[in-house]
Design a protein around this ligand. Structure first.
Ligand code: GLN
Length: 508
């Protein structure tokens, strides 16, 4: 016989699970309408965090902190002083410095580093009432597309199957924001701020069935984000749908006097941009994105996306981005060059790990050899080489010129279209370890996303359907500089037309 208390326990468990099903927008509505409290929502997410531990998405869990903040949120709901993201339980990519909470950027070299300051982007989210459940795994220093280069171990994609930890073929969640994508997809975080240098928000979002936006370079502050490649890095949200992405971006974006590359422009109300209307808009299809070896089903999905937008009233036009094929090679000069310079600061003196040695140069060498993983060492070597006297002009300067051409291609294309539609990735989620021996194969994951960073444009990836293997595939929308609104508007319309909501077989 079931006791009364057990029944109510079962009932509350069920309610808790259904709370994590809600999107960010729905959860905020629910709290505003007092259908449930921030504390109840946070408790549901803490339970989800535990259920999802086999994914290895969180590298640090901060449940006490989250519950403390939830109490404050409930007080604000009661007083009618709730802020735009009041009580929203977020996971945070471990590239954002979080005051008093360890931040390692997925690297051994930052082991034991606890920042004394908060990144501007996360500070803005907390200022708007959001709260943190913990820090999320990522490729070391955001270098990678698989989340396998992390010192905290690989993250598993919840689309692997109902029992991901025991599956024989475990899939990657993509990278570098792989922990963010796995946690949001598995309902262990309502949304997560991520970063994107060459695709790190959009590619994992696509591989996990989520929506992610990399805003225009300069839209969000980079202050307090561990630097990878400073001229390419941007923060942006990983979210369940376009509306949630808009909500998150509205709080994350804005000028910051502490980052001179963040722009002095007002932040539009991105929610208001979601009118559902695409009538009269011109959608460009770049002919150079039909790359060799891309599975037919991705081409089909892309065509279908274009057709749906046409049916919704947009005009589809073919465009040309002639320098596309040079984007990836140029990125792999520019990004490592900047990384080698940014990573010079990890010398055993100022941060985290120190491996003793005498004289001091030997201490530097020992620390860096023990602290950096293979991919990071590879990038530091390439970067130092292309910046060295004698090779600087041949490689680095040349890559910068290519970059100008790529930006020029987009500027030209945007004379005849308002937004560009492409696939998000050249394939579905692959198995952990699969592309490990061939860095170039791994780097090809970003063939569609990298040009967007090289040109500094906004890019959104959204789930478009399942592959024949039952795995999510994404489409990408690219916009004019600082025109996140059009990208979100078209994204919202496309999401509606596709009518596809991706829930992985494993979730809380
Ligand atoms: N996968 C790309 C790289 O390894 C991009 C990573 C990123 O955007 N941070 O550099």
């Amino acid at each position: 016989m079931i006791q009364g208390s057990e029944i109510s326990h079962q009932k509350s468990e069920k309610n808790m699970a259904s709370l994590t099903e809600l999107s960010l927008a729905e959860a905020l509505d629910g709290m505003r309408a007092k259908r449930f409290s921030a504390t109840e929502l946070v408790r549901a997410y803490i339970a989800a965090q535990e259920t999802c531990r086999p994914l290895n998405a969180y590298v640090v869990e901060t449940p006490e902190l989250a519950l403390e903040k939830a109490k404050e949120s409930d007080a604000r709901y009661a007083k009618g002083t709730a802020r735009p993201l009041e009580g929203a339980p977020l996971g945070v990519k471990d590239l954002f410095c979080t005051k008093g909470v360890p931040t390692t950027a997925g690297s051994r070299i930052l082991k034991g580093f606890t920042p004394a300051y908060e990144s501007t982007v996360t500070a803005r989210l907390w200022h708007d009432g959001a709260l943190m459940l913990g820090k999320l795994g990522m490729d070391e220093f955001a270098m990678g597309s698989s989340n396998t280069t992390s010192a905290c171990g690989p993250v598993i994609n919840p689309w692997t199957g109902p029992d991901p930890a025991n599956a024989s073929r475990k899939l990657v969640p993509g990278g570098s924001s792989g922990g963010a994508a796995a946690a949001v997809a598995a309902r262990a975080a309502i949304a997560a701020p991520g970063t994107d240098t060459g695709g790190s928000i959009r590619q994992p979002a696509a591989l996990c069935g989520l929506t992610g936006i990399k805003p225009t370079y300069g839209r969000c502050s980079r202050w307090g984000i561990v630097a990878f490649a400073s001229s390419l890095d941007q923060a942006g949200p990983v979210a369940r749908d376009v509306k949630d992405a808009a909500l998150m971006l509205r709080s994350m974006a804005g000028h910051d006097p502490k980052d001179s590359t963040s722009v002095q422009r007002g932040v539009p109300d991105y929610l208001a941009a979601l009118t559902g209307e695409v009538g009269g808009l011109r959608v460009g299809i770049p002919r150079e994105y039909r790359v060799d070896g891309m599975p037919g089903e991705i081409g089909d999905l892309w065509e279908r996306g274009a057709k749906l937008l046409e049916e919704a009233g947009a005009e589809v036009v073919e465009i040309s981005l002639p320098h596309t094929k040079y984007a990836l090679p140029a990125y792999y000069i520019v990004a490592p060059a900047e990384a080698s310079s940014n990573l010079a600061r990890y010398d055993g003196v100022r941060y985290g790990l120190r491996v003793p040695g005498r004289p001091v140069q030997e201490m530097y060498e020992n620390t860096r050899a023990a602290g950096f993983g293979r991919e990071v060492r590879r990038r530091v070597l390439i970067g130092t080489y292309v910046l060295s006297a004698g090779y600087y002009d041949a490689y680095y300067l040349k890559a910068q010129k290519v970059r100008t051409r790529i930006a020029g291609d987009f500027a030209q294309a945007f004379k005849t279209c308002d937004v560009i539609l492409t696939p998000a990735t050249p394939g579905e989620a692959f198995a952990i370890g699969e592309k490990e021996d061939d860095p170039v194969k791994m780097w090809l994951e970003d063939v569609f996303t990298v040009p967007v960073n090289m040109a500094g444009l906004p890019g959104l990836s959204l789930p478009a359907g399942l592959s024949k293997n039952g795995l999510p595939l994404g489409l990408q929308l690219i916009g004019r500089p600082f025109d996140e609104e059009t990208v979100l508007r078209v994204g919202g319309a496309l999401e509606n037309a596709i009518g596809f909501r991706a829930v992985p077989p494993f979730h809380a």
